[in-house]
Design a protein around this ligand. Structure first.
Ligand code: SF4
Length: 474
């Protein structure tokens, strides 16, 4: 299994591996030993699609080196969900495509693929011990010998699947840190984004399901649970009987909310961090801020993708939030949750972005001093509204804007790191000499480099002695 893209895709990969184990198969970390290779693709932006295609072709090439094994190749994930039909034509190397509603069924799909493959091959093997080609008329053919071969396509449109607490899952993260998908899909209409077309409408898990899974993870010794979804602050609101959208107040008196879920999580005993990732600014509430401030388990860290701050840009991006709302919200987060670290992402080079609009964004970055910040260059996604907009910005200009924004943020991030020297911080040890603070999400944020080995998977408290770029030193 090669899983590309975001943490949501990683959880899908974990569920796929769980379903394979459930069917009595084995997982191997050595691709040469595998009967089946699975590439879990990403289609977030063009470069992610290219990376996915490269991974598929590379896997195919590798198996070519071990021809005798007749390894099968299955493609899953967002790119498969969205482009399976086209990819079937373009990638005859692939044996099967599966979509997001089939992650729970990978085990049976593998059986089906191997069955289709095995019948002719087994016959040939028994008759003349040559397994390099298949008999004519079989539904799976040798990739090199049949030009008309087409992969099986299991993808169904408009995904609705959401895992449950008892969904078998083989975790791919370190034992002490887990991602937990509390919802799937997105109801927002952002004009640059095609994720809702791939992942479907927003659907939340029940609080019982989430809480049962958290209790089990904590009992296993997991110290950090990262709550993820496409739109974490919308959690529960799809289950309301009355309409719940970006212009409606978010209030637990109206139904299930992220705040009510966090209050339940708070009642769970144990030493662990809950980290909130992918919170849309439209669904924050005073109640949620107060709840987080009062929860010992919730990390003082908020991931809140904003994408831009210029009023016209936010409108053209169809972000359903304006500048005043965002600025008020940030002020409330900073004053309501003392010491909170804010992570956001911005897009530069969106169609029609003027130098003045960029300057507004850079000024906002400079004044707000986000602790963590990612800058994306706008990627023209086929099927999105923005792809058809006039004023597409040349790559050279996008690169230059990206460089300016990153240079600015680098200076801010280095200053923020230097400011922490001398403070005593609680750290979670990831590797003997590498740890993270509450302000650092796994994989995307800086690290703390330890001078003495620490206990992996446990919390320690240390005084910060120095900083090296984005990282802290102990
Ligand atoms: S909130 Fe916007 S950017 Fe995020 S997944 Fe939904 S549509 Fe895409």
């Amino acid at each position: 299994m090669i899983s590309l893209g975001c943490a949501k895709n990683l959880v899908d990969a974990e569920i796929m591996l769980g379903s394979v184990l459930e069917r009595g198969m084995e997982i191997t970390s050595n691709a040469d030993d595998a009967d089946v290779l699975v590439i879990n693709t990403c289609a977030f932006i063009d470069s992610a699609k290219e990376e996915s295609i490269d991974a598929i072709l590379e896997a195919h090439q590798q198996r070519g080196l071990h021809k005798g094994t007749n390894q099968r190749l299955i493609v899953s994930g967002c790119m498969s969900q969205r482009f399976a039909e086209e990819l079937r034509e373009q990638l005859p190397e692939v044996d099967a495509f599966i979509g997001l509603d089939q992650v729970r069924e990978l085990g049976t799909i593998v059986e089906r693929v191997l069955q289709e493959h095995r019948t002719p091959n087994t016959e040939r093997r028994t008759s003349n011990a040559d397994n390099s080609a298949f008999g004519v008329g079989c539904s799976v053919f040798d990739v090199d010998s049949d030009p008309h071969r087409q992969a099986l396509n299991f993808v169904t449109p408009r995904p609705t699947y959401i895992p449950d607490y008892d969904t078998p899952r083989f975790r791919l993260t370190p034992p002490h840190s887990a991602f937990l998908k509390i919802a799937e899909g997105c109801n927002h209409p952002c004009s640059f984004c095609v994720i809702p077309q791939m992942r479907g409408r927003h659907r939340s898990r029940t609080p019982e399901s989430v809480l049962t899974e958290i209790r089990a993870l904590v009992a296993e010794g997991v110290r950090e649970i990262n709550l993820i979804s496409q739109d974490t602050t919308y959690y529960g609101m799809d289950l309301w009987t009355e309409k719940a959208g970006p212009r409606q107040p978010v209030d637990s008196a109206r139904g299930l909310t992220l705040a009510s879920l966090l209050r339940e999580i708070e009642r769970i005993d144990g030493e662990f961090w809950i980290r909130l990732l992918y919170t849309h600014p439209a669904h924050w509430s005073d109640e949620l801020i107060e709840t987080i401030a009062g929860c010992r388990h919730v990390a003082r860290y908020i991931d809140i993708p904003l994408q831009h701050i210029d009023e016209m840009m936010l409108r053209r991006m169809r972000r359903e939030t304006g500048r005043a709302h965002i600025e008020t919200l940030i002020a409330k987060l900073r004053s309501g949750i003392p010491g909170v670290a804010l992570r956001t992402t911005f897009i530069v080079g969106f169609p029609g972005e003027t130098e003045t609009e960029l300057a507004t964004l850079l000024d906002f970055i400079e004044r707000t001093r986000f602790e963590r910040l990612g800058i994306f260059k706008y990627s023209r996604e086929e099927g999105s509204r923005a792809a058809k907009m006039p004023g597409q910005i040349p790559a050279k200009v996008k690169n230059e804007r990206h460089r300016r924004a990153m240079t600015l943020q680098q200076k801010i991030a280095y200053e923020i790191a230097a400011d922490r020297i001398g403070s005593e911080l609680k750290l979670l040890v990831d590797q003997p000499l590498v740890a993270r603070t509450e302000a650092d999400a796994p994989d995307v944020d800086p690290r703390v480099i330890l001078s003495q080995p620490g206990p992996v998977g446990e919390f320690i408290t240390r005084k910060i002695q120095g900083a090296r770029g984005y990282d802290l030193l102990v």
